[in-house]
Write a protein that binds this ligand. Structure first.
Ligand SMILES: Nc1ncnc2c1ncn2[C@@H]1O[C@H](COP(=O)(O)OP(=O)(O)OP(=O)(O)O)[C@@H](O)[C@H]1O
Ligand SMILES: [Mg+2]
Length: 361
């Protein structure tokens, strides 16, 4: 288990800076997930920790030691990529033991480590198979096995589940959680899938355009996103944003007028705000209900419904306050209909016009 620290890490390709001074401390045994849209710098950051890519500024430290000039093989890290090329002519055992053989680990120890990793990954019965005789999930487990046998202080995963079908992804996600519990090794995992991030992470680092937007536990990010970007990124389907205007301010309380809502919404977050200011109320689909009974209710025209069996998503793309999605438990009879939608202001987030969270705090 190792500690990983990034201090003001930047990355430039030519004159273009793609990572802009990242500070982050990852504790012993922590499972940290980097999440963010394509091109935000997740892989670059991971490759700088690994040593495959030099940093342009700042430093990476592992267990307090600066890593500048230390080659990947000497950092005590093992990386698993999305496209994990297994050697097609070698069986599972040879694939898993390959890096140990290259670094001169004696055959008996190599064998023991491969068997131990195979047992953890339930690959014991497959050690003699060739990669082409394995399923996608089994091949992915061999790729993880190759990393495990090296007994690294840190595992670095770059979207290792992206090539798997939906069911296998869920299964591998659970296996990774189990693996982390069993080994207790520090893990840094990159994904653009927020469900993967939520379910795997001790802490999530949300990145955008080479900058950290927010760092926190999955629930902290879900409950207290610092801005609209994080609010929209964490949670599925994403948070609804109702555009409105501040009607009155009294101390920390304010009332927001929203087009299509019959009465203003009372919220906290008023300090420093002024009447007339444009704001957005954020409310998650699961906090809207098809009901007129909640503290606030309004009418919405549902244009289409996604039926998932146990739940339905009702879409009202043309609502005057902005496009809405409502999460409904159970099935819904008709597609096009007008419904009463209820919500409780306690579930609302408030964002200023520039997207910063202003309440509740
Ligand atoms: N070798 C390179 N030369 C120039 N620019 C690069 C190079 N590698 C990456 N970039 C740029 O750096 C930025 C970050 O890339 P990176 O691969 O880290 O993104 P990512 O978050 O991993 O995206 P994805 O989810 O698509 O994998 C992108 O804008 C990319 O175009
Ligand atoms: Mg990437």
């Amino acid at each position: 288990m190792s500690r990983v620290e990034l201090r003001g890490v930047t990355k430039r390709y030519g004159t273009t800076e793609v990572v802009h001074g990242i500070d982050l401390a990852i504790a012993h045994g922590e499972f940290v997930v980097f999440v963010g849209p394509s091109g935000c710098g997740k892989s670059t950051l991971l490759r700088m920790i690994c040593g495959l890519e030099p940093v342009s500024g700042g430093q990476v430290l592992i267990d307090g030691k600066p890593m500048r000039g230390v080659p990947p093989a000497k950092r005590g890290v093992a990386m698993v990529f999305q496209s994990y090329a297994l050697y097609p002519h070698m069986n599972v055992a040879a694939n898993m033991g390959f890096s140990l053989r290259m670094s001169g680990v004696p055959a008996s120890e190599r064998d023991a480590r491969v068997r131990k990793a195979a047992a953890i990954l339930q690959l014991d019965a497959l050690l003699d198979r060739l990669p082409k005789e394995l399923s996608g999930g089994q091949r992915q487990r061999v790729a993880i096995g190759r990393a495990i046998v090296r007994e690294p202080g840190v595992f670095l995963f770059d979207e290792p589940l992206s090539n798997l079908d939906a069911e296998l992804r869920v299964q591998m996600r659970l296996e990774l959680t189990k693996l982390h519990r069993q080994l207790g090794t520090t893990m840094v995992f990159v994904t653009h899938d927020q469900v993967e991030a939520m379910t795997l992470a001790d802490r999530i680092v949300v990145l955008r355009d080479g900058r950290v937007e927010q760092i926190g536990t999955p629930i902290e990010l879900y409950e207290r996103p610092v801005n609209r970007f994080v609010a929209g990124f964490i949670g599925s389907p994403k948070m609804n944003f109702l555009s409105g205007r501040i009607l009155s301010v009294a101390g920390d309380r304010l009332a927001v007028e929203v087009p299509g809502l019959p009465s203003p919404v009372d919220l906290t977050g008023g300090s420093g705000r002024s009447v007339g200011e444009e704001v957005a109320i954020g409310i998650r689909p699961e906090h809207l209900a098809v009901s007129a009974a909640a503290p606030h209710s309004f009418e919405a025209d549902i244009e289409f419904v996604e039926q998932l069996g146990g739940t339905s998503y009702l879409h009202a793309p043309g609502h005057p306050a902005g496009p809405l999605i409502i999460h409904h438990l159970g099935a819904v009879a008709h597609d096009q209909q007008r419904v009463s939608v209820g919500f409780d202001p306690r579930h609302c987030h408030l964002f200023s016009a520039d997207g910063i969270s202003i309440g509740p705090r």
